[in-house]
Every structure is written in structure tokens, then in C-alpha cells.
Design a protein around this ligand. Sequence first.
Ligand code: FAD
Length: 250
Amino acid sequence: MNIVACVKRVPDSSARIKVASDGKSVDPAGIEFILNPYDEYAVEEALRLKEKAGSGEVTVLALGGPESAETIRKALAMGADRGIHLKETAPGRDFIATAQAIAAALKDVKLDALLFGNKAIDDDGSQVAAMTATLLGLPYVGVVTKLEVADGKATAHRPIEGGAEIVEVPLPAAFSAQKGLNEPRFASLKGIMAAKKKPVEEKPAVAGEPRLELIKLEPPPPRAAGKIVGTGKEAVPALVKLLREEAKVV
Ligand SMILES: Cc1cc2nc3c(=O)[nH]c(=O)nc-3n(C[C@H](O)[C@H](O)[C@H](O)COP(=O)(O)OP(=O)(O)OC[C@H]3O[C@@H](n4cnc5c(N)ncnc54)[C@H](O)[C@@H]3O)c2cc1C
């Protein structure tokens, strides 16, 4: 099976995010960047599908500046075979332009499955997968927690309110990976060393005209200081009064 997994470089979820002086981007100073956790599920699933099929190739694709090369190497260290780096020099955040660039790079690539994360944990868009699949004319199943492939078809499970939806699609098809799909493997030292020699094709990102403009990023308001109303059961009436009259939650 030939599988492509799209991977994005994102700030670590435990990082203390500060808005940069332009008011529109994240200040990268002191922040560790990681492979988007949902994309780790996508890469892991791609590796499992290839291993189960017994042949094929896993390609990882990232669109971004020079620093996205590190993200591609992380996915190669997990076991992917090759990378595609769509180089972008001007910063941008437009979903459709991103999807157009990914679709343009993949339009002549022969693939059986195209995998994405369910969302990138920085912009939280959940848009790129469906848009790219549509541009490539591929069937798309989003938020997948189980994926089985046999006889040119895929059966995908996706959680819905109070249950699961089970969908069958002909391959090639696109999927977005949700938490629970698998347990991503750690990159071994051997994998990290091997990743340095794996091929990464670099090409310019061919993005369309952006249709969204990010006007401003705002951090959440600082939390108000906590209040100790007393200790033991004597404090309960005062606590209930404050919850009712001040916090208005009961
Ligand atoms: C002109 C331009 C310049 C850009 N420059 C950069 C840049 O320098 N660095 C950068 O990281 N991004 C860059 N991007 C991409 C952009 O920042 C967002 O990634 C994009 O708008 C998707 O939003 P999202 O992260 O909310 O995606 P979501 O829809 O939440 O992402 C869902 C899934 O789509 C895939 N995906 C999303 N973004 C990418 C990506 N960039 N590469 C590969 N797969 C992806 C991943 O599998 C992800 O889990 C640029 C986009 C444009 C149009």
C-alpha cells in the first residue's frame, strides 16, 4: 500500500504561549515545537497499514518553512520511508490555500490512502483534511478511531454521540485520525539515525490566493485569584452564598 500522511509542526501543548509583537502569531522564543499529536496517529496508522499489506511506501508531507524539515525527520524516525517538504517562506494560515498546496503536490502521486490528523492543535481548524480530499476527488472519512483495509475497500469507525458510525469507502480514500486510533510508536535510536538518510523532496508550495485574514490573536483573560471562604462545614453556607450570588453557578 502507498500511503501519504500529512504532518504539521505545532507548539508543544504544555508550552506557555505568548502572542508575538505583531499580535497575529505565536512568539516562538523558548517554545518547544513537536509533531502534531493527531498526526502521530496518522503516521502510526500509515505504518501499520503498510506493515499489514506487506509492501508499499509511507510518505510524510509537511507544508511550512525550513523548520518543518525537523517535523518530517521525526515522522521518518518513526518509520516512514520518504518525505515531501512543501516550502513556504511567507507565513500564512489559510485553510483552503493550504489544502490547495497539498492537493497540487499530490495530484499525480499514486496513493491508496491519504491520512491527516483530525486537527492541528495550534490552529484547531479541522478543515484541511476534508478540503484536500475534496480537491483530489477522494472519498473522505473524518475523526476515525478504527481503520481496516481489505479487498480495495476501507472500513472506518468514527465516534458519534452515544455510539459509533461504521463507514465503508472504496480506496483510494482520505481519513483523519482521532485519539484512540492507535498508540503511536516511539522513534528508536536506530530509527532516528536511519531518518537522516531517508529522501526528502523539497518543492515550493503552490498555494492559491488566501481567503482568510487573521486579524488578531488574544490570550485568554488572566484567571482571578482564588478565595478561601473558611474551613470545615461551617464554611458551607458562605460558600453556597458566594456560588449563588457572586459566581452565579448554582
Ligand atoms: C501562504 C501560507 C504559508 C504557510 N506557512 C506555514 C508555515 O510556515 N508553517 C506551518 O506550519 N504552516 C504554514 N502554513 C499552513 C497553515 O499555518 C495551517 O497549517 C493551515 O492553515 C491549516 O490550519 P490548521 O493547522 O488549523 O489545520 P487543521 O485543518 O486543523 O489540520 C488538520 C490536519 O491537516 C494536516 N495539515 C494542516 N496543516 C498542515 C501543514 N502545514 N502541513 C502538512 N499537513 C498539514 C495535518 O494532518 C493536520 O492534522 C501556511 C499556509 C499558507 C497558505
